[in-house]
Design a protein around this ligand. Structure first.
Ligand code: 13P
Length: 252
């Protein structure tokens, strides 16, 4: 049985005070049978870590550099995320790939570095609208998954999280249908079974991201290969995020 994960990616939103208030509300409402993770901006990590102390709610960075330290102006290292109290880190988000030149090789280096520092990577993959319309979804997702996980052991793959986020579904209100999401999730699991073995593939948790809302989470989570969600916009309010965390128990 794979334990469900609901993660909130706050992107470039929230002051420190706003982040503390949101973290406190989520922390109070989070339930025990789902892993809950929050990814505030770097500036609020320390404050949110204090709020989450003693709770089971995980804390994630939204990106990091692969080196431990060095002359890399503007970057944050895995050791720094660990030091501030992070348990997870989002890597290869499509906004980083599209707007900040993140490459498959960069994501692979960061994934290895995160694992080496005891952080759980949330490795994001997903096709653009043009790629989907050009029937290239599987090819693109397979390349992204293959490059990110290449060189990792089966145990490392079993312990990380992959987030399938079709770019056309992010922030658009246009969610992938449960069938569309399931098709890609099953494809990713099959690929990982081939690359890292059936036990790693069976343990790997694959999250869906892209316009996840309280009213569509139930149908998504009812799919066999969906193990959770990476939520953007709806994670910025405790009310909507907690509704997603408490998705209908009959699909669990
Ligand atoms: P939205 O939920 O706002 O579509 O964002 C999804 C996302 O990018 C999460 O990482």
């Amino acid at each position: 049985m794979r334990r469900p994960v609901i993660a909130g990616n706050w992107k470039m939103f929230k002051t420190v005070a706003q982040a503390e208030a949101l973290a406190e509300a989520v922390c109070q409402g989070a339930s025990g049978d789902v892993d809950v993770v929050m990814a505030p901006p770097f500036t609020a990590l320390s404050a949110v870590a204090q709020v989450l102390k003693g709770s089971r709610v995980g804390l994630a960075g939204q990106n990091m550099h692969h080196e431990t330290e060095g002359a890399f102006t503007g970057e944050v290292s895995p050791a720094m995320l660990k030091d501030v109290g992070c348990s997870h880190v989002i890597l290869g988000h499509s906004e980083r790939r599209q707007l900040f030149g993140e490459t498959d090789e960069g994501v692979a280096r960061k994934t290895g570095a995160a694992l080496a520092h005891g952080l759980t990577p949330i490795v994001c993959v997903g096709e653009t609208l043009a790629e989907r319309e050009g029937a290239r979804t599987m090819e693109v997702v397979e390349r992204q998954v293959e490059r990110a996980l290449r060189g990792l052991s089966a145990d490392q793959v079993a312990a990380l999280l992959v987030a399938y986020e079709p770019v056309w579904a992010i922030g658009t209100g246009r969610t992938a249908t449960p069938d569309q999401a399931q098709e890609v999730h099953a494809f990713i699991r099959k690929h990982v079974s081939g690359s890292h073995g059936a036990p790693a593939a069976a343990a790997l948790r694959i999250l869906y991201g892209g316009s996840v809302k309280p009213d569509n989470i139930g149908a998504l989570m009812a799919q066999a290969d969906l193990d959770g969600a990476l939520v953007g916009g709806a994670s910025l309010e405790a009310f909507s995020f907690l509704k997603i965390v408490h998705y209908p128990p009959d699909v669990r």
